[in-house]
Design a protein around this ligand. Structure first.
Ligand SMILES: Nc1ncnc2c1ncn2[C@@H]1O[C@H](COP(=O)(O)OP(=O)(O)O)[C@@H](O)[C@H]1O
Ligand SMILES: [Mg+2]
Length: 252
């Protein structure tokens, strides 16, 4: 398998608490890979350790089977193609959809966009991403006036204009309506043609729809991995997580 990300023996310790205990994970290029598991399993911590927000106590994170990201700062990993979407919105509400995408596509620093206009290639890419996130018709609209789901998609668009290799999403459909979730499932599949998507999600219907591969985390360890059907039939997964699917999962 062509792995874009390879996590080897990753451990994260917070003040003596082992949040990740030797996690191994291979994420296949151009697909949607989902991380599921009960609250506190270490899913968010794993995304944090991949993007560089959290420093692991041990282990490696390889990009394209070569570069070990673990020693690199967050902004350097971002430049190598690791994009992370956080749960808190980071769009500029007064700026239009197009302006938000232009800022995201510009080199770091607001000043650069004022001094130097974007290249025709960058402008083409912005148009292409606006279409992909279904906001082409709303390019002049202030981002603050978008619906919740559209704002979430604008943020994903702001990551996509930088052409990441890996897109890390933490509970992307939280707070979305059923229609927005269905729409997001379709669009994420399109996104996965150009970038690899690694996401954390509690909505199992959504995971069933989008994920090519599922890894179940429990107590900081990988419990099992496979297709959704295979994982959902695993007695250990039913006992630790899916058996309680009828109960409401708090976002965590
Ligand atoms: N910054 C932190 N300091 C101390 N403990 C933390 C920190 N971040 C997460 N944890 C703990 O690590 C465990 C895993 O958390 P998290 O990765 O957020 O789980 P999940 O996303 O699967 O719900 C939890 O027990 C959580 O309380
Ligand atoms: Mg979490």
């Amino acid at each position: 398998m062509d792995a874009v990300l390879t996590v080897e023996g990753l451990s994260v310790v917070f003040d003596g608490f082992h949040a990740l205990r030797g996690v191994d994970l291979r994420v296949c290029r151009n697909g949607v890979h989902a991380l599921i598991g009960p609250n506190g399993a270490g899913k968010t911590t794993l995304l944090d350790a991949i993007c560089g927000r959290v420093r692991p106590a041990a282990g490696r994170v390889r990009l394209d089977g070569r570069v070990d990201l673990v020693r690199l700062a967050e902004h350097r990993r971002a430049r190598l193609g690791i994009a992370r979407k956080f749960q808190t919105p980071s769009v500029f509400p007064q700026l239009s959809v197009r302006e938000n995408l232009e800022l995201a596509a510009a080199p770091p620093g607001l000043w650069a966009t004022i001094v130097r206009p974007l290249s025709p290639t960058a402008l083409d890419r912005i148009r292409e991403v606006a279409a992909l996130i279904h906001l082409a018709g709303a390019s002049a609209q202030p981002a603050g006036t978008l619906a919740h789901g559209q704002k979430q998609w604008l943020e994903i668009g702001m990551l996509l204009v930088r052409q990441p290799k890996v897109l890390l999403l933490d509970e992307p459909v939280a707070g979305m309506t059923g229609a927005e979730r269905a729409d997001t499932a379709v669009r994420l599949t399109e996104v996965a043609r150009r970038a690899t998507v690694l996401l954390v999600e509690h909505d199992m219907d959504f995971v069933r729809r989008v994920a090519d591969r599922v890894t179940v985390l429990h107590g900081g360890r990988v419990l099992c991995e496979g297709g959704m059907a295979q994982v959902a039939a695993d007695p250990r997964v039913i006992a630790s997580y899916l058996g309680r699917e009828g109960t409401r999962h708090a976002a965590g």
